[in-house]
Ligand binder design. Sequence first.
Ligand code: ZN
Length: 156
Amino acid sequence: MPPLPCNGMGFLAHIFMIITNPDLLRPICDLVLLEEVEPIIKKLEIELEQSAKRGFPGVGLAAPQIGISKSIAIIRVGNIKLNLVNAKIIKQYYEFEFDGEGCLSFPGLYKKTNRFKEIVVESNLVEPHTFIATDFLAVVIQHETEHLNQILLMDK
Ligand SMILES: [Zn+2]
């Protein structure tokens, strides 16, 4: 057997890792620790990039979607790079109907969802950090924080 092409770090071929089985997508997520943040973000970024290459571009990915039961998710919307670390939505305003929300765990599923136009988010790693998000970014944050709280698009 000829040697497999290798990048020095294992197989060159990337293994599809985004979980699509709803039964496996609802773990209780523990708080993420400081030393865990970077390696998990790296894995999430790789999966998001690989997914786009396979023809499923996404704007966010949560740790449970790659089998990690930690409260962390990444959001990549245009130039916006946001990491949700132990984040929770503490206030929400102006409910509206969002048309056509999707999820990388359910390729091809698009649903109308009730979302809030403006939210206040508290992220907590070394110390709490609060910020306001609006419009599409707010919708993505609501979607990703639900992944961390055992709620899936199919439940909406
Ligand atoms: Zn999702």
